[in-house]
Design a protein around this ligand. Sequence first.
Ligand code: FPP
Length: 231
Amino acid sequence: MVPKHIAIIMDGNGRWAKSKGLPRSAGHVKGAANIETIARAMKKRGIKYLTIYAFSTENWIRPKDEVDKLLELLEEYLTKAYKNAEKNKMRLKVIGRRDNLSEKIQKKIEEAEEATSMYDELVLQVAFNYGSRDEIVRATKAISNDVAEGKLNVDDINEETLSSYLDTKDVPDPDLLIRTSGEERLSNYLLWQLAYCEFYFSDVPWPAFSVKNLDEAIEEFNNRNRRYGNV
Ligand code: FPP
């Protein structure tokens, strides 16, 4: 059995680059290329959803040239998704805060989402300018507005309501979270959505995380005695 939805925290780009005597940006470039390899392998294995953490709401405090590099990589990635939409048959979605991204990037995001919206072999959610607490605050504001405008009744608000106001609406919650490079933290990632998820931590830095490592994670997932319901 393969998980239906895998979420990944792609950690260790900087350390990987340093270990090779390269600048941190080289780690991000190699890391971005690895997304394609892993996504393709997942599609082959029948995994339907992949969510990757590309840039967090906290990442803006990194040095400007590193932030610029990550924005550039997102742009490249969106352009590629747009161009290869038909070949890849992957649907691309970007989750996270949009209003403080440049208009150019916002437009590129919309174009890539639109161009891939008819594909469903693999749905790739890229978390960019994403923070789970920020997502929950934005959802709470949207719910409050709808209550104030009489579109929603307070007594009708339940867990499904909140889920449907999150950026991840229409996508089932992840069943497996992988974090690479030895760190064992959630870092404000999908706090609501990971409520019942299995966690897998790998020491391998993201740029070196291979299809074999992915298969090991899936095997470990299968060996765990998953209890459905509430534990
Ligand atoms: C963590 O490594 C990784 C990130 C902050 C960004 C992940 C981004 C990519 C894989 C490339 C960008 C891809 C897209 C689609 C925009 P780190 O730099 O924190 O590594 P370190 O902990 O070793 O310093």
